[in-house]
Design a protein around this ligand. Structure first.
Ligand SMILES: [Fe+2]
Length: 385
């Protein structure tokens, strides 16, 4: 007799995404502190085995798990994971929510690790001692966006005893399939999460021009919801919209940058955190505080800069930001300048089509010139004999 075909349950998730679902075990990665999971079993009579759920990247010891219409059994908790079995009705909801109520908290923030994972490891080590609410890695975690780079990053991130959130950087999508790998392993391209009366909005500004129309639409809706709730709003994105000192590295479309600045102003965002530029700088635009921090590992933009990450303290009456220096190799000014030139050559100048064409032309002219000179020399030699 042919075995009966069994349809697996359907899952819809808010506040996380499905990393894998095999043999009745679903692995769900949190992208915030609250998850709402809906399970729909196509046929409860044929499919009555318990479903095993593994939630990762969540504060496992603190999170509350409830299921109004189902049964949760065999629960195991670690600092950042929760494992449990669920059985129940045909349609079932499960809620995971953060039980931290304090309005004051802290988090660690690092930008532009660029594959220098020993720097990221230092951040993880201090997080495991200090127990901030979360760690944010704001893009360019990898230098080339290859699968093995993402796995190396994830291996380090998995050592953390607090959740690690990420945004997509331009380098993370350099390799073919980099975007998809990022989405499959770490996070959606843009998302938001709320905790302790604060909303964090994470954007995808990996594109040179700035955000796309559909992302602006989503962003405005998120800002409206956060404002209605009376939350404090923080925005994280890799490429900043503007940067007074290094504006050529910010959004390349100025209309796009203006649109972004106007939204931040209209919804009174508390701080916009950007990275991408390998420095630490702070400025104000239209009354909004902007922080740019890209010192996590990529070549430093100016000889006097240092590798660093931020320790951010969200307090009732403001936000304190402390820069924590990471080991920065002693380098002569000339070496730092060489590093910056090499970095610029590799990622900006060398990839510019017009400059490439000019260089090709210059090389061709030089080659042509030396060929003419060689011919002339040969001719003169023959004249002498
Ligand atoms: Fe970078």
């Amino acid at each position: 007799m042919e075995p009966l075909a069994i349809d697996p349950p359907l899952l819809t998730i808010r506040g996380g995404f499905l990393r894998s679902f095999e043999k009745n075990v679903a692995v769900i990665r949190a992208i915030g502190f609250n998850i709402e999971l809906t399970i729909f079993r196509p046929s409860s009579t044929q499919y009555d085995e318990p479903l095993t759920l593994f939630f990762e990247n969540i504060r496992g010891q603190e999170v509350e798990i409830t299921s109004p219409d189902g049964k949760i059994e065999n629960m195991l908790r670690s600092e950042t994971d929760v494992l449990c079995d669920v059985t129940g009705l045909r349609t079932q909801k499960i809620f995971l929510s953060s039980s931290r109520a304090s309005e004051e908290f802290d988090f660690l923030f690092i930008g532009d690790v660029h594959g220098m994972f020993h720097h990221f490891e230092s951040v993880i080590e201090s997080a495991n001692q200090l127990d901030p609410l979360f760690i944010m890695a704001n893009g360019d975690m990898t230098h080339s966006g290859r699968l093995e780079d993402f796995h190396a990053f994830a291996d380090v991130a998995n050592k953390a005893t607090v959740p690690v959130f990420t945004s997509l950087g331009n380098h993370d999508k350099r390799a073919k399939g980099g975007r998809a790998t990022y989405r499959d392993l770490l996070a959606p391209f843009y998302y938001s999460f709320s905790v302790n009366h604060s909303t964090f909005i994470v954007l995808d500004s990996s594109r040179k021009r700035g955000l796309q129309k559909f992302q602006y639409k989503w962003l405005e809706r998120e800002l409206q919801v956060a404002r209605q709730k009376g939350d404090r709003i923080f925005v994280f994105l890799h490429r900043p919209p503007v940067c007074p000192k290094y504006n050529y590295l910010a959004f390349s479309a100025s209309a796009n940058a203006h649109r972004f600045l106007a939204l931040m102003e209209r919804y009174r965002v508390e701080i916009v955190f950007g990275s991408h530029i390998h420095v630490f700088t702070e400025f104000e635009k239209r009354g909004i505080r902007y922080v740019v921090t890209g010192g996590g590992g990529g070549a430093l933009w100016q000889p006097q800069n240092v590798h660093h990450y931020l320790h951010v303290f969200v307090k009732r009456d403001g936000v304190d930001i402390r820069m924590v220096q990471l080991p920065t190799p002693e380098a002569k000014v000339s070496q730092r300048i060489k590093d910056v030139l090499k970095f610029n050559w590799d990622h900006h100048i060398g990839r510019n089509k017009h400059i490439q064409q000019m260089l090709l032309l210059w090389t061709a002219l030089n080659l042509g010139q030396s060929a003419v000179e060689r011919r002339e020399r040969r001719w003169r030699r023959r004249q002498r004999f």
